[in-house]
Design a binder for this molecule. Sequence first.
Ligand code: PMP
Length: 422
Amino acid sequence: MTSDASSQLFEVAKRLMPGGVSSPVRAISPYPFYVSRAEGPHLWTKEGQRLIDYCLAYGPMILGHRHPLVMERVVKQLEQGWLYGTPSELEVSLAKRIVGHYPSIDMLRFVSTGTEATMAALRIARGYTGRDRIVKVEGGFHGAHDAVLVKAGSGATTLGVPDSLGVPKDTAKNTIQVPYNDLGAMEAALTGFDGEVAAVIMEPVLGNIGPVLPEPGYLEGARRLTEEHGVLLIFDEVITGFRLSLGGAQARYGVVPDMTTLGKIIGGGFPIGVVGGRRELMEMVAPSGGIYQAGTFNGSPVSLAAGMATLDVLEGERTLERLDSVGEDLRKALAQIVEDLGLSYSVVGTASIFKIFFGAAPKNYAEALRCDKAGYLAFFRRMLKAGVFLPPSQYETNFISAAHTDDVINETLEAYKSNLLG
Ligand code: PMP
């Protein structure tokens, strides 16, 4: 390909797909780079540039790209066929393992995306309680369906459409927003709409404007308030599941919700979503109950095989322990760089997620919006030039994979040192 292969592809793409992309956050201005291959911690662009990847497909690639065990299991599954439309042993095996790690999950349904998982979780909560309203945390992103596209984080905030056109007013009015880290606001919402709220849905660590961490007592408080008001608590652990610990944020913080949604990592990089919860809730899902959920690709064997292989590595090689300490060292080193440069930026994160906020560390959505978004984007471009691919927004979390070696991390730190200042 020529040196501007990506720009040429994008010109064609723009005529064929809205904004030239298949998902909004990928529309990097003036044009995104197109990838020709990926291996370990690296992506290679069509132009042949090697990039260190901290986007990691927005979270799933925790083992790095093209992990040999995942590939071996996927190939083996392909040899046995890849979609049956009937149950397979793999779904029983993976379900058992997930249930073993998540105390909140007695039973689960495999779906194909995180979006479907949260859509199903909310339907189950509404079906179970017979109530229509839900409480959502501002800046939380739970996928691209109507009920949750209200003050949504991720690309919705980056691109200025946190409240999407096309969401019926009658749907949006049932989604009550509360700020993160604000138990008073949650209590007011639950009291104000007493008897009308089916569930509180939240990312336990707010990954889609951040990361923004829970203040001490916040998750416990959310658990207590929802219990007091007879409202279900849903933790959307699509980002945090299998990353903050094998049992997600709920195991790390010791707070057990009524329902949990998972995705990303548990598909090993293949499409997946999981909605799980207490038995009495999940028993209400069809065919055992009257809450409908279905999908041609639910429990797709290739995704399950990749998920099983990923879990084998995560469980067997104490991968998360190493990743946690790499994350901690990286955050410390970045904080030192910020200090040495005399910048009023903040380094935030936990486990293997991190971010530099161009401003004070936010504790909620409104504070995150005050950061220097344009300054961050300019920094993102400088880093890309320097060979480091960070997610292209102040409001997306950076992820570390098990393939990020010390050398790769050191190269990254050098790039931060040289590029943080414009
Ligand atoms: N929940 C959270 C917390 C997410 O971060 C995302 C996607 N980034 C989703 C749900 C939606 O998942 P998917 O893109 O697989 O539909």
